[in-house]
Write a protein that binds this ligand. Structure first.
Ligand code: SF4
Length: 512
């Protein structure tokens, strides 16, 4: 009888390196350092996030069942992740039954190749796009450009970012870091036939963009979209947006190609009821988003006559396989967690180096693309948080982002092997596990007063501790520890006095 080798189970692949935008060029602390130097950026982001935050609180507080809605959203997404393969197959069958074509892309490279081939088949060298984070994640525009195909973003904020040769800084408001006068300058510089007298008020800027885009809508035969939700039981795709440009994209061209992350599935059409309340309130602070477009396959004589759906993995199966990390896939990309994050508010989105910035980006990016040791920029993202918990409170699907960040920090420490920080923690643990050692360590720390000198603070520590003093001073250690003060005459006197204060009739002696 021959031996049977079952082999070892292997971890699903992450997003490939070098494709798309899931890994920055530098570590978060270095990137944040540049961004913090930009006072205008901090002002722009602070103003925008505070405005959206206030609106969100107003429209969520007016709903008596907001917490129940959050629970329902969380439960539906948890159910989806538990039976994703089955729901995806149901979804695929429903899309095909309604005249669509389904393509499966294991990673960014495959997705880019599929979309490029589909566009080339139409004979067009231009495409219009409705805002899609999935295509940003895989770097589709840049790939199409190498193939001689120009992609035009039609979401106004995306268009500003594209014309500014910039990168998005926010999930929902990609140009959040730009103010009106900066946008005016970009339009004057980059838009053909723009009126040189263009002002910087929103109405004039929107009119200029509308004129530019209207021509593209009428003449471009191919559109590429993302999807907010895909409904398994009907094969319906959904895009929610504020401007109507997305709807033009989704209805006017002959061919529509949708790139959707496999986690965007909802089981039934009825589930939309929950998410169409959660999403606009959490993202823009509106009761309902102005445009909700839904389409199912193709409809003869109405809308695009050819519909392709590209289902993108790109590390999602790897995240799903991680018992803790799979919770991050519940995200509906509302951006509420960004708008309340004190770290994001000061650094902006570029510092994260990924399509997904802010608290959820710090979780999702390492999940999708991996953390390859201590020198990988992605391994610094889980530390880009104060763990204040504001993101957890704001999240409409109750993703416990702080716990996920702590787990990723743990994984990073495990991967990094022996570091100066790990050794320091080990030493601290050794000292703290014995009262004798701890007392001796406290006495030794008192020597720091000599280093601090008359200033009473230590401004520079030697390596590897110099990272700590690079951004702050350490106050001189106190003259005595709490324990030695407690044992001193002064400590005893203070205790007696406190007891007399608590019991005015007492002589300060303990009752027998
Ligand atoms: S993690 Fe929650 S709050 Fe943040 S974008 Fe996703 S759904 Fe919104």
């Amino acid at each position: 009888m021959s031996a049977v080798t079952l082999g070892l189970p292997s971890f699903p692949p992450r997003s490939p390196e070098g494709a798309g935008f899931l890994r920055g060029a530098e570590k978060f602390p270095a990137a944040a350092h540049h961004e913090l130097a930009n006072a205008q950026l901090r002002r722009n982001i602070g103003k925008a996030t505070h405005t959206i935050r206030a609106k969100r609180i107003h429209v969520t507080e007016e709903l008596p069942d907001w917490e129940e809605l959050r629970d329902a959203g969380s439960a539906i997404k948890t159910d989806v992740m538990a039976r994703l393969p089955e729901l995806l197959e149901q979804f695929e069958a429903a899309v095909i039954a309604r005249g669509g074509t389904v393509h499966w892309a294991a990673d960014a490279n495959e997705a880019n190749a599929i979309v490029t081939e589909l566009v080339k088949t139409t004979g067009s060298d231009e495409v219009i796009k409705v805002k899609s984070m999935a295509t940003q994640e895989i770097g589709l525009n840049e790939h199409l450009e190498t193939q001689g195909i120009t992609a035009y973003e039609t979401d106004l904020a995306e268009l500003i970012v594209q014309l500014g040769h910039d990168k998005p800084s926010h999930i929902l408001v990609p140009a959040i870091h730009r103010n009106r006068s900066e946008i005016r300058e970009i339009f004057l510089r980059e838009m053909p036939d723009v009126d040189p007298e263009l002002g910087d008020n929103p109405a004039e800027l929107a009119a200029a963009a509308r004129k530019f885009l209207r021509h593209k809508f009428m003449t471009t035969p191919v559109a590429i979209s993302g999807a907010n939700f895909g409904i398994a039981d009907t094969g319906t795709l959904t895009v929610v947006e504020s401007e109507g440009n997305g709807r033009m994209c989704l209805t006017l061209p002959k061919t529509l190609i949708t790139v959707m992350g496999i986690e965007k599935i909802l089981p039934t059409y009825r589930d939309l009821e929950v998410f169409l309340q959660l999403l606009p309130r959490s993202s823009t602070g509106e009761r309902m988003n102005p445009y909700t477009s839904m389409w199912t396959g193709v409809t003869p004589g109405d809308g695009p006559q050819e519909f392709h759906l590209v289902l993108l993995d790109n590390g999602r199966t790897a995240a799903l396989a991680d018992k803790i990390g799979r919770e991050a896939l519940n995200c509906i990309r509302c951006s509420a967690c960004l708008n309340v994050c004190p770290v994001y508010e000061r650094t902006g989105g570029h510092a994260y180096g990924s399509t997904y910035p802010g608290p959820i980006g710090a979780v999702l990016t390492p999940q999708l693309a991996g953390m390859h040791g201590k020198d990988d920029p992605n391994s610094t993202l889980p530390f880009a948080s104060t763990l204040c918990g504001a993101c957890f409170d704001a999240c409409p699907v109750k993703i416990d982002i702080p716990s996920l960040l702590v787990e990723l920090r743990h994984q990073k420490v495990e991967q990094s092997g022996v570091t100066a920080e790990a050794l320091a923690m080990k030493a601290a643990s050794y000292a703290m596990s014995s009262s004798t050692r701890w007392t001796a360590a406290q006495k030794a720390a008192g020597l720091g007063r000599i280093v601090a000198g008359k200033k009473g603070k230590i401004s520079t520590l030697p390596p590897p501790l110099n990272g700590w003093t690079a951004a702050r001073d350490i106050p001189a250690p106190p003259k005595q520890t709490f324990r030695s003060w407690w044992d001193s005459d002064e400590g005893r006197a203070a205790l007696d006095q406190a007891r007399r204060g608590a019991h005015p009739d007492s002589d300060g002696k303990a009752e027998k």
